[in-house]
Design a binder for this molecule. Structure first.
Ligand SMILES: C[S@@+](CC[C@H](N)C(=O)[O-])C[C@H]1O[C@@H](n2cnc3c(N)ncnc32)[C@H](O)[C@@H]1O
Length: 411
């Protein structure tokens, strides 16, 4: 039976969930990840979201080392770029970019060929993230840098007030969904429209006649929309909650009714609610377990008493890839490919001393397919257990160095 993944709120690390979802599954991805602001965000006491929080401070511990090889194999130039950013900017930015790249690779795989991705960020990391997106999506598939402008109180004394976010829009191919008539706005909306009637009509030196479209204009790539103020009825209190109007514009322009919209960093489920209101299916993922109740409440209240959705922590298993049982013939094929060498210690063993290992454990979205298998000698397999290969290599290195010292100093 085919599993349904939609209208589901996954409460887990999105990397594991994304890795367990089929390729070419979703039509639109909007993500609003932590921005690397070096802050801890908490909801105010007394708000609906009280008790929820998430951290936005990064170290190499946040990087899932099991997935590093996949990243380097698919996009060999990315590790070089990210390492340079580490040298120029900071180790924290290097960790943050690696963390994001690992996830964007999976999002790109899951997106349909006609699909689009909107990445919401701010100037803290936007310039660095743009290069990662160009590499994974192809720079020809960059469509817009949308600048979301808003007003707010308090301004710095020696700088211009920072009052905008950046949303990068990419398509997966040239043949992408964009329904311009669904998002038209009055010509004079957002303050800077064509106010002068003389701008319409025949232009000097051309025969072309310019007439206003009665449905209004397609918005420019800067959007003037209010942020949610403290008393806004939409407000749940969840830190960094985005307005539904922003998501409505994105979803209407880049998906059709019945399409699947995904938000892998869904916070208090703004995207899921907006998708439900607009007749789309949705997938939401958030790691924050404290937030589940508020998400469930919001979905049923704000999305029109909608209750037909699932919530799970379980990692899905892909069913679009050939399941290969780890049996004798698979072992023989791997043994030949590895030239009889253990992938951990690199030592040659007989096939009877080798064991099949999952490169990415099943608990982290890895599955029973050939590309996810390798052979380890029984010693390395026991040492590695469910931890990443890098940890096994470190243990082996330390062991070898200790052994060398022992031989050298005779201790
Ligand atoms: C900026 S907030 C998103 C806010 C959201 N757009 C809204 O309107 O409520 C970022 C969210 O990413 C979540 N998050 C951070 N790391 C994650 C991960 N590895 N997997 C899933 N969610 C994660 C945090 O818990 C937080 O809720």
């Amino acid at each position: 039976m085919k599993k349904t993944f939609t209208n589901t709120l996954y409460t887990n690390d999105n990397l594991f969930i994304l890795n367990g979802l089929n390729s070419n599954l979703v039509d639109l991805i909007y993500l609003d990840p932590p921005f690397n602001s070096k802050r801890m965000y908490s909801a105010p006491v007394g708000s609906k979201a009280a008790g929820t929080s998430f951290k936005d401070m990064w170290t190499w511990d946040d990087v899932n080392e099991e997935y590093l090889n996949t990243l380097a194999e698919k996009y060999p130039t990315l590790p070089t770029y990210i390492a340079s950013v580490g040298a120029i900017h900071s180790e924290a930015m290097k960790a943050y970019l690696t963390y994001m790249a690992q996830r964007i690779v999976e999002m790109h795989r899951i997106l349909k060929d006609t699909g689009s991705l909107y990445l919401h960020c701010d100037p803290t990391a936007s310039h660095y993230l743009k290069v990662v997106l160009d590499e994974i999506f192809g720079r020809n598939n960059f469509r817009n840098e949308i600048v979301w402008c808003y007003r707010g109180g308090g301004s710095p004394k020696k700088d211009f007030g920072r009052r905008h976010d950046v949303i990068f829009r990419y398509s997966k191919s040239d043949d992408y969904t964009f329904i311009s008539d669904s998002i038209r706005i009055p010509y004079q909306a957002e303050g800077l429209g064509r106010t002068d009637d003389a701008m319409w009509g025949k232009h000097k030196g051309t025969d072309k006649v310019y007439k206003p479209n009665p449905m209004g204009k397609i918005p420019e790539d800067w959007w003037l929309m209010n942020i949610l103020n403290a008393n806004d009825p939409e407000r749940t209190g969840y830190p960094t909650q985005k307005p539904l109007a922003l998501l409505h514009r994105i979803i209407k322009s880049s998906s059709n009714e019945g399409d699947i919209v995904m938000d892998p960093f869904c916070g208090c489920a703004t995207t899921c609610v907006a998708a439900q209101q607009l007749g789309r299916k949705w997938i939401g993922i958030d790691i924050e377990k404290q937030a589940v109740n508020i998400l469930m409440e919001r979905l049923s209240d704000d999305a029109g008493l909608f209750k037909n959705f699932a919530n799970t922590e379980d990692v899905p298993q892909r069913d679009d890839i050939q399941i290969v049982e780890p049996k004798k013939s698979v072992k023989e094929r791997l043994y030949k490919e590895q030239n009889g060498l253990c992938k951990g210690c690199g030592i040659e063993f007989t096939i009877w001393n080798m064991e099949i290992d999952h490169i990415i454990p099943k608990s982290k979205g890895g599955g029973d397919y050939y590309e996810n298998y390798q052979l380890l000698c029984s010693n390395c397999n026991r040492t590695k257990s469910d931890s990443p290969m890098e940890l096994l290599r470190l243990k082996i290195k330390t062991r070898t160095e200790l052994l060398k010292k022992k031989i050298f100093f005779g201790k």
